[in-house]
Design a protein around this ligand. Structure first.
Ligand code: SAH
Length: 217
């Protein structure tokens, strides 16, 4: 990332992005404020700055994507983040979603299976003032020694709801995970009602890169 400036032009583009995702149905003012505050262009290669504030996913390194702003806002709204919530994110990627969670005051644990992304985001994000706890590993397994979590967000499409992640939720904890093996996913919200009871709700269609097993060196 060569660029580091957040200019009035960027801020103006961001205000328009916030209005666009509000029009699409995002109503949580704290989430909208976070999207309005975080310089998304600094999470992308400087060559692509003109794409930073259109409401679209965009390629980052190693065939992965920075999620669409609407999708980031939608998943974050479903989580209902409160200050000091312990949040696990599976799929660090560019770190943009992690920055949104940090901005809302969560204590964030983020895990990435691609070493290259883990290493670059671990260096870049603190420079922007966002300090989640970074892990390199297979997010399918969660982070059992750091749980249980108030909230868990998966930012890649899973073939089914990962059982290990359900078990790392606190009682009343919420897991938001896109589920579907094909070209699109259904957003699933899992609430842990008791030790052994989970409520599953479906919340619309999305497109994500796949959640994959194991790590890439
Ligand atoms: N939250 C990211 C979205 C990145 S795309 C952002 O805001 O930019 C999804 C990411 O999930 C990719 O970086 C991919 O490498 C990662 N991923 C896929 N399967 C994973 C797994 N099992 N464990 C951890 N990360 C995984």
């Amino acid at each position: 990332m060569i660029q580091s400036e957040d200019t009035l032009m960027h801020q103006g583009m961001r205000r328009r992005l916030v209005e666009a995702i509000r029009q699409k149905g995002i109503s949580d003012e704290q989430v909208l404020e976070a999207i309005g505050a975080i310089p998304r262009h600094l999470f992308m290669d400087s060559t692509f700055v003109q794409f930073a504030y259109v409401d679209k996913a965009f390629p980052i390194a190693v065939g992965q994507t920075i999620s669409q702003p609407y999708t980031v806002a939608f998943q974050t709204q479903l989580l209902g983040i409160k200050k000091y919530d312990r949040v696990l994110e599976v799929g660090t990627g560019s770190g943009y979603q992690a920055a949104v969670l940090c901005h809302l005051g969560a204590v964030v644990y983020t895990i990435e299976r691609q070493k290259k992304l883990y290493e670059s985001t671990r260096v870049a994000l603190p420079k922007l003032g966002y300090r989640p706890n970074f892990f390199y590993g297979d997010g399918y397994l969660g982070l059992p020694s750091y749980g249980p979590f108030d909230k868990i967000i998966v930012t890649a499409g899973a073939p089914s709801v990962p059982e290990e992640l359900k078990l790392q939720l606190k009682i009343n904890g919420v897991l938001v995970v896109p589920v579907g093996a094909g070209g699109h996913q259904i957003m699933v919200v899992v609430t842990r009602i008791s030790e052994n009871e989970f409520l599953e709700e479906e919340r619309g269609d999305f497109v994500f890169v796949p959640l994959l097993n194991g790590v890439v060196d």
